[in-house]
Write a protein that binds this ligand. Structure first.
Ligand code: SF4
Length: 282
């Protein structure tokens, strides 16, 4: 089997930076809790658990004196709760997410209603909604935004994206939204808050998918950017999303000669290498 990796794949600078910060903090503070998973990858989480890093789901569950904010960031109200409890906060919010948060806060100050193209259950989007105060809403499709037809919601409208969405889908969403609300809106602003590392990985995956017989997308099941990569590849060629080498099925590769590999932004290099070498030995 010929195996080719996408020209850009795997751990992004934001997750690398967050993991490095958590490792350093674990050495300095001993036991450490992270508010939500530091990355959506169970192998990475197991590695950090071995250093005494535990994940909790809510502020109420925090017991350690130091807490980590994940690369996805949190809302200002969660930050305030952490400081009010006197905790040492290790803030690993990715600079790309921090940029989106500041854009949302500025737009809210300027009186814009802010529409976030994204999954409203995702940590990053929940945080961004917090930065918008009363002025934010999120959806993955224009029909999911009936509030926009309410009077007073449409005079100044801004559209941004969850950082890990697909460029084509954000563009289409913004286009549809513009045509749905242009009449009766004084100002419409579209701000591109997509993460450049994500956009480059998606472009590299799509380019490789066109040249191979099968694509494997490696990464956590709950990783938003990995799922977007799988969708991108599946539109072009047979694609399988796996989290570990053990999930591969021999039957997928029957009659195939060229396999392409890509990996989500929280996938450790070791898993990519393991899968690449297993495939090359076939
Ligand atoms: S995918 Fe992009 S936004 Fe998310 S952590 Fe990585 S660099 Fe930051």
């Amino acid at each position: 089997m010929q195996v080719e990796k996408a020209r850009e794949l795997g751990l992004c600078f934001g997750v690398r930076r967050a993991v490095d910060m958590v490792r350093d903090a674990a050495l300095r503070h001993g036991n450490l809790q992270t508010l939500g998973p530091i990355a959506h990858n169970k192998v990475l989480l197991q590695e950090l658990a071995a250093l005494g890093v535990e994940t909790v789901d809510s502020v109420e569950q925090l017991r350690s004196p130091a807490v980590v904010i994940s690369a996805h960031g949190v809302s200002p109200s969660v930050s305030r709760q952490l400081l009010a409890r006197g905790l040492t906060v290790v803030d690993t919010t990715c600079p790309n997410v921090a940029r989106a948060q500041h854009i949302v806060a500025r737009l809210a100050d300027e009186g814009f209603t802010i529409v976030i193209f994204g999954d409203s259950t995702h940590t990053e989007v929940r945080g961004l909604l917090g930065w918008a105060g009363e002025k934010g809403m999120s959806a993955l499709g224009v029909p999911g935004l009936p509030e926009l037809t309410r009077p007073g919601h449409r005079r100044k409208l801004a559209v941004i994206s969850q950082t890990t969405q697909r460029l084509e889908e954000f563009t289409e969403f913004a286009r549809e939204l513009c045509s749905a609300v242009m009449e009766g809106t004084d100002e419409l602003r579209v701000v591109n808050t997509l993460c450049d590392a994500t956009v480059r990985r998606q472009a590299a995956a799509a380019e490789l998918a066109r040249r191979v017989d099968i694509m494997l997308v490696i990464g956590g099941r709950h990783s938003a950017n990995t799922r977007r990569l799988a969708e991108t590849c599946a539109a072009v060629v047979e694609t399988h999303h796996v989290e570990t080498a053990e999930e591969m099925d021999e039957g997928w590769f029957a009659g195939k000669q060229r396999a392409g590999l890509t990996a989500g932004a929280s996938t450790p290099d070791s898993i990519v290498e393991e899968i690449a070498s297993r495939l090359a030995r076939r």
